[in-house]
Unconditional design. Structure first.
Lengths: 113, 115
Protein backbone atom coordinates (compact mmCIF):
# COMPACT_ATOMS: atom_id res chain seq x y z
CA UNK A 1 0.00 0.00 0.00
CA UNK A 2 0.90 3.67 -0.09
CA UNK A 3 3.20 4.97 2.61
CA UNK A 4 5.51 7.83 3.52
CA UNK A 5 8.83 7.69 5.33
CA UNK A 6 10.52 10.78 6.62
CA UNK A 7 13.66 11.37 8.58
CA UNK A 8 13.44 11.19 12.31
CA UNK A 9 13.96 14.24 14.40
CA UNK A 10 14.51 16.31 16.18
CA UNK A 11 16.53 18.43 13.82
CA UNK A 12 18.31 21.24 15.62
CA UNK A 13 19.82 24.07 13.59
CA UNK A 14 21.19 27.50 14.15
CA UNK A 15 19.47 30.48 12.57
CA UNK A 16 20.39 30.98 8.88
CA UNK A 17 21.49 27.37 8.49
CA UNK A 18 20.45 25.25 5.51
CA UNK A 19 17.62 22.81 6.11
CA UNK A 20 16.89 19.47 4.51
CA UNK A 21 14.21 17.10 5.75
CA UNK A 22 14.12 13.89 3.78
CA UNK A 23 10.91 12.25 2.65
CA UNK A 24 10.46 9.17 0.50
CA UNK A 25 7.26 7.52 -0.53
CA UNK A 26 5.80 4.27 -1.77
CA UNK A 27 2.77 4.47 -4.01
CA UNK A 28 1.13 2.26 -6.58
CA UNK A 29 -0.59 5.07 -8.46
CA UNK A 30 0.31 8.66 -9.28
CA UNK A 31 0.17 10.47 -5.98
CA UNK A 32 0.23 14.12 -5.17
CA UNK A 33 2.79 15.04 -2.53
CA UNK A 34 2.54 17.54 0.29
CA UNK A 35 4.40 19.09 3.16
CA UNK A 36 2.31 20.16 6.12
CA UNK A 37 3.60 22.16 9.08
CA UNK A 38 2.36 22.25 12.65
CA UNK A 39 3.40 25.22 14.74
CA UNK A 40 3.16 24.88 18.53
CA UNK A 41 -0.43 24.86 19.72
CA UNK A 42 -1.89 24.91 16.22
CA UNK A 43 -3.33 22.45 13.73
CA UNK A 44 -1.55 21.15 10.67
CA UNK A 45 -1.47 23.54 7.74
CA UNK A 46 -0.41 23.04 4.17
CA UNK A 47 3.07 24.36 3.45
CA UNK A 48 3.51 23.30 -0.16
CA UNK A 49 2.48 20.67 -2.67
CA UNK A 50 3.39 19.07 -5.99
CA UNK A 51 0.94 17.13 -8.08
CA UNK A 52 3.14 15.46 -10.69
CA UNK A 53 6.69 14.34 -11.32
CA UNK A 54 9.32 17.11 -11.57
CA UNK A 55 6.95 19.70 -10.11
CA UNK A 56 8.50 21.96 -7.51
CA UNK A 57 6.35 23.21 -4.67
CA UNK A 58 7.45 26.35 -2.85
CA UNK A 59 6.20 28.61 -0.10
CA UNK A 60 7.74 30.87 2.56
CA UNK A 61 11.23 30.08 1.31
CA UNK A 62 10.70 26.32 1.52
CA UNK A 63 10.97 24.14 -1.57
CA UNK A 64 10.44 20.50 -2.45
CA UNK A 65 10.74 18.76 -5.83
CA UNK A 66 8.70 15.70 -6.76
CA UNK A 67 11.30 13.13 -7.87
CA UNK A 68 9.65 10.07 -9.29
CA UNK A 69 12.93 8.31 -10.10
CA UNK A 70 13.98 8.38 -6.46
CA UNK A 71 10.42 8.45 -5.03
CA UNK A 72 11.40 11.43 -2.94
CA UNK A 73 10.04 14.82 -1.93
CA UNK A 74 12.72 16.35 0.29
CA UNK A 75 11.98 19.65 1.99
CA UNK A 76 14.65 22.36 1.81
CA UNK A 77 15.17 25.90 2.94
CA UNK A 78 18.27 27.96 2.39
CA UNK A 79 18.22 29.96 5.61
CA UNK A 80 16.02 28.95 8.51
CA UNK A 81 14.63 31.32 11.11
CA UNK A 82 13.62 30.76 14.71
CA UNK A 83 10.00 31.16 13.60
CA UNK A 84 10.37 28.04 11.41
CA UNK A 85 10.54 25.89 14.53
CA UNK A 86 7.68 23.43 14.12
CA UNK A 87 6.83 19.85 13.22
CA UNK A 88 6.94 19.11 9.49
CA UNK A 89 4.86 16.32 7.97
CA UNK A 90 5.32 14.79 4.56
CA UNK A 91 2.14 13.37 3.05
CA UNK A 92 0.77 11.86 -0.12
CA UNK A 93 -2.58 11.43 -1.69
CA UNK A 94 -3.68 9.39 -4.64
CA UNK A 95 -6.93 11.27 -4.89
CA UNK A 96 -8.03 9.37 -7.97
CA UNK A 97 -8.29 6.25 -5.84
CA UNK A 98 -9.00 7.51 -2.39
CA UNK A 99 -9.99 10.65 -0.61
CA UNK A 100 -7.44 10.75 2.19
CA UNK A 101 -3.95 11.90 3.02
CA UNK A 102 -1.28 9.49 4.19
CA UNK A 103 1.24 11.09 6.52
CA UNK A 104 4.71 10.39 7.73
CA UNK A 105 5.68 10.52 11.39
CA UNK A 106 6.61 14.18 11.35
CA UNK A 107 10.00 15.78 11.95
CA UNK A 108 10.50 18.28 14.73
CA UNK A 109 12.65 21.22 13.70
CA UNK A 110 14.14 23.41 16.41
CA UNK A 111 15.96 26.55 15.26
CA UNK A 112 18.17 28.27 17.79
CA UNK A 113 19.07 31.97 17.64
CA UNK B 1 -8.76 32.57 13.28
CA UNK B 2 -8.80 28.80 12.84
CA UNK B 3 -11.05 27.34 10.20
CA UNK B 4 -11.99 24.51 12.52
CA UNK B 5 -12.42 24.58 16.29
CA UNK B 6 -12.01 21.41 18.27
CA UNK B 7 -13.23 20.66 21.77
CA UNK B 8 -12.10 19.64 24.27
CA UNK B 9 -8.46 20.54 23.86
CA UNK B 10 -7.53 17.86 26.38
CA UNK B 11 -9.60 15.11 27.95
CA UNK B 12 -8.56 12.58 30.52
CA UNK B 13 -10.83 9.56 30.91
CA UNK B 14 -10.92 6.16 32.48
CA UNK B 15 -10.68 3.05 30.36
CA UNK B 16 -14.12 1.87 29.27
CA UNK B 17 -15.69 5.30 29.35
CA UNK B 18 -17.35 6.95 26.37
CA UNK B 19 -15.72 10.00 24.87
CA UNK B 20 -17.10 12.50 22.38
CA UNK B 21 -14.76 14.80 20.53
CA UNK B 22 -16.27 17.76 18.71
CA UNK B 23 -15.30 19.73 15.69
CA UNK B 24 -17.02 22.99 14.84
CA UNK B 25 -16.45 24.23 11.33
CA UNK B 26 -16.62 27.94 10.76
CA UNK B 27 -18.14 27.82 7.31
CA UNK B 28 -20.11 25.31 5.25
CA UNK B 29 -17.70 22.52 4.59
CA UNK B 30 -18.36 19.43 2.52
CA UNK B 31 -15.63 16.93 3.30
CA UNK B 32 -14.72 16.11 6.87
CA UNK B 33 -12.05 13.88 8.26
CA UNK B 34 -10.78 12.54 11.55
CA UNK B 35 -7.11 11.72 11.97
CA UNK B 36 -5.19 10.76 15.03
CA UNK B 37 -1.58 10.70 16.12
CA UNK B 38 -0.33 8.46 18.85
CA UNK B 39 2.69 10.05 20.48
CA UNK B 40 5.77 9.52 18.34
CA UNK B 41 3.90 7.75 15.57
CA UNK B 42 2.40 8.65 12.23
CA UNK B 43 -0.67 10.77 11.73
CA UNK B 44 -3.25 8.11 10.90
CA UNK B 45 -6.41 8.42 8.87
CA UNK B 46 -9.53 7.30 10.71
CA UNK B 47 -12.55 8.27 8.62
CA UNK B 48 -13.83 10.61 5.95
CA UNK B 49 -17.34 11.98 5.85
CA UNK B 50 -19.10 13.51 2.88
CA UNK B 51 -22.66 14.58 2.37
CA UNK B 52 -23.56 13.33 5.85
CA UNK B 53 -22.26 9.83 5.23
CA UNK B 54 -19.04 7.97 5.86
CA UNK B 55 -17.21 7.82 2.54
CA UNK B 56 -14.15 5.90 3.69
CA UNK B 57 -12.79 4.46 6.91
CA UNK B 58 -9.59 2.81 8.02
CA UNK B 59 -9.05 -0.48 9.81
CA UNK B 60 -8.64 1.49 13.02
CA UNK B 61 -12.20 2.76 12.75
CA UNK B 62 -13.93 -0.26 14.22
CA UNK B 63 -17.31 -0.61 15.92
CA UNK B 64 -16.06 1.36 18.91
CA UNK B 65 -15.92 4.48 16.78
CA UNK B 66 -18.72 6.48 15.22
CA UNK B 67 -19.07 9.86 13.58
CA UNK B 68 -22.01 12.08 12.96
CA UNK B 69 -23.02 15.58 12.12
CA UNK B 70 -26.22 15.80 14.09
CA UNK B 71 -27.22 19.41 13.59
CA UNK B 72 -25.48 20.22 10.34
CA UNK B 73 -22.70 22.10 12.06
CA UNK B 74 -20.91 20.10 14.76
CA UNK B 75 -18.99 17.08 13.56
CA UNK B 76 -18.38 14.54 16.30
CA UNK B 77 -16.21 11.51 16.85
CA UNK B 78 -17.47 9.13 19.51
CA UNK B 79 -15.44 6.38 21.11
CA UNK B 80 -17.89 4.11 22.93
CA UNK B 81 -15.57 2.30 25.31
CA UNK B 82 -12.10 3.75 25.40
CA UNK B 83 -8.99 1.63 25.59
CA UNK B 84 -5.52 2.59 26.71
CA UNK B 85 -4.31 2.49 23.12
CA UNK B 86 -6.86 5.16 22.15
CA UNK B 87 -4.66 7.73 23.89
CA UNK B 88 -3.65 10.09 21.10
CA UNK B 89 -4.09 13.51 19.58
CA UNK B 90 -7.23 13.55 17.44
CA UNK B 91 -7.42 15.99 14.55
CA UNK B 92 -10.51 17.07 12.72
CA UNK B 93 -9.99 18.27 9.16
CA UNK B 94 -12.04 19.54 6.29
CA UNK B 95 -11.65 20.00 2.58
CA UNK B 96 -13.59 21.53 -0.26
CA UNK B 97 -13.42 19.52 -3.47
CA UNK B 98 -11.88 16.44 -1.96
CA UNK B 99 -8.14 16.17 -2.30
CA UNK B 100 -8.11 17.23 -5.94
CA UNK B 101 -7.44 20.69 -4.56
CA UNK B 102 -4.63 19.22 -2.53
CA UNK B 103 -5.40 20.85 0.74
CA UNK B 104 -7.00 19.93 4.01
CA UNK B 105 -7.54 22.38 6.86
CA UNK B 106 -6.95 21.01 10.32
CA UNK B 107 -8.13 21.88 13.77
CA UNK B 108 -5.76 22.30 16.66
CA UNK B 109 -6.44 18.80 17.89
CA UNK B 110 -7.96 17.19 20.96
CA UNK B 111 -5.60 15.29 23.20
CA UNK B 112 -7.19 12.18 24.69
CA UNK B 113 -5.54 10.45 27.62
CA UNK B 114 -7.02 7.11 28.68
CA UNK B 115 -5.99 5.88 32.12
Amino acid sequence: GNSVTQMEGPVTLSEEAFLTINCTYTATGYPSLFWYVQYPGEGLQLLLKATKADDKGSNKGFEATYRKETTSFHLEKGSVQVSDSAVYFCALSDYRATNKLIFGTGTLLAVQP
Amino acid sequence: EPEVTQTPSHQVTQMGQEVILRCVPISNHLYFYWYRQILGQKVEFLVSFYNNEISEKSEIFDDQFSVERPDGSNFTLKIRSTKLEDSAMYFCAWGTGGLATGELFFGEGSRLTVL
